[in-house]
Design a protein around this ligand. Structure first.
Ligand SMILES: C[S@@+](CC[C@H](N)C(=O)[O-])C[C@H]1O[C@@H](n2cnc3c(N)ncnc32)[C@H](O)[C@@H]1O
Length: 392
């Protein structure tokens, strides 16, 4: 992707510098929810309905493969599970309720608007007050504004995954995330039966479910490059792959762990994935930088997955629009493979119901019987290049 090509979208900057990114980010925040720059589609019809997409399939309840289940059981071997199970439930609920952080511009705007409302409400004429009274009133107003804003604003904070919370995450999310990933990969396999990926890049790789599901889906994979900012998460992912014992070799060959996202774009990957990691990034600027980096690393499919909530869906849609937009003037181009059978703006944005998909799975039989559950997710699969004739 040639960054200079992006200039037409916003303000004719010559290079992709940080000032550009700030403005670019700002304009994208605006269009992210309104989808103005992507040609719009009026309503959903037979051709554009994502539920009628050729790759959509019904699968039986999905289970974590036996080898990995055994490894996870070994990892938990000496740990009291009852406390961990309670924490897992809490973490699951917390992650499900997560929303993106408010942008600083949005916060300033909200404070300004609330300030005006508070002034209107008390209706006090400042000209009638002494300096001392003015200072006192200003204090009261500020505290009222703070209280109202705090009630309205989602209090996003980053999650620091230490050893304990990484283990909690493993228990809370691995079975559901494995099922989601397995379903999305199965869809790609169905639509592109001749696709035989050799390399995979996983951003925010956590406990490694992306690698597990990809390994289970394509035997052609030779390299899995996993990036996660938490050393403890990487250590846990490594321990699982070693069957719970650091002396063992990896169950899956060719898995590499790194703590930082390489900025180099020389190496390209057949599959580039971010599963449930975008919500962890502190701003839209950060999300767009990361997406640009991931897109530049991709030679085939970019797969993005988030929770099947309004916030998760909006984040996926924001990313979808961003990639389509930056690829518009790029020779390589991009197109959406699934769930939408088109590149138009999502007709579901602004409607009350987000675009989500279900998958059935079995929970881990650890600390209790395995139970059948339903996981709801939002996702998009983008492919490098324009839609070719004969492609699904
Ligand atoms: C919710 S977890 C996703 C787990 C993972 N996809 C899996 O399937 O296990 C988000 C992960 O993103 C990681 N993360 C957050 N910010 C990151 C960053 N800037 N770079 C790399 N990893 C990051 C966190 O440490 C965490 O492990």
């Amino acid at each position: 992707m040639n960054p200079a090509g992006l200039c037409e979208i916003s303000c004719k900057f010559k290079s992709f510098d940080s000032k550009f990114l700030r403005l670019f980010t700002y304009s994208f925040r605006k269009f992210a929810t309104k989808s103005k720059l992507i040609p719009s589609l009026d309503g959903v019809n037979e051709e554009t309905n994502p539920k009628k997409h050729p790759g959509i399939m019904a699968l039986k309840s999905i289970e974590v493969p036996n080898k990995l289940l055994l490894a996870i059981t070994n990892v938990f071997k000496d740990q009291p599970i009852s406390v961990l199970s309670k924490n897992a439930e809490l973490l699951r609920n917390y992650l499900h309720s997560r929303k993106p952080p408010l942008e600083s511009g949005q916060l300033r705007q909200l404070i300004g608007e609330t300030g005006k409302l508070v002034e209107q409400e008390d209706g006090i004429d400042l000209t009638t007050l002494t300096d001392e009274e003015k200072a006192h009133l200003s204090k009261i107003r500020k505290s009222k504004v703070k209280k109202i804003v705090n009630q309205k604003v989602y209090n996003w904070s980053s999650i620091r995954y230490d050893d304990q919370s990484s283990r909690t995450y493993l228990l809370a999310r691995s079975a559901a995330e494995f099922a989601v990933l397995f379903k999305v990969f199965s869809e790609i396999k169905l639509m592109y039966p001749n696709f035989s990926p050799k390399t995979l890049f996983d951003f925010g790789s956590g406990i490694g479910t992306v690698s597990w599901a990809a390994w289970n889906s394509w035997k052609t994979l030779k390299e899995y490059f996993c990036v996660d900012s938490s050393k403890e998460m990487l250590d846990l992912a490594d321990l699982i792959l070693r069957n719970g014992n650091l002396m063992n070799d990896h169950i899956i060959n060719g898995v590499y762990f790194r703590q930082f996202l390489p900025s180099s774009q020389t190496l390209k990957y057949d599959l580039t994935v971010s599963a449930y990691s975008m919500m962890d990034l502190p701003s839209s600027k950060n999300r767009f930088e990361t997406l640009l980096n991931l897109w530049n690393k991709s030679s085939g499919f970019l797969i993005l997955i988030e929770n099947g909530t309004k916030a998760g869906f909006e984040m996926i849609n924001e990313a979808r629009d961003f990639i389509l937009e930056i690829s518009r003037n790029d020779d390589a181009g991009a197109h959406v493979v699934s769930p939408c059978p088109h590149n138009f703006a999502c007709p579901k944005i602004g409607l009350r119901k987000p675009c989500t998909f279900p998958v059935k799975y079995y929970t881990l039989p650890i600390g209790g019987e395995r139970v059948a559950r339903n996981e709801i997710f939002s996702y998009v699969v983008l492919k490098k290049g324009c839609h070719a004739a004969g492609e699904p």
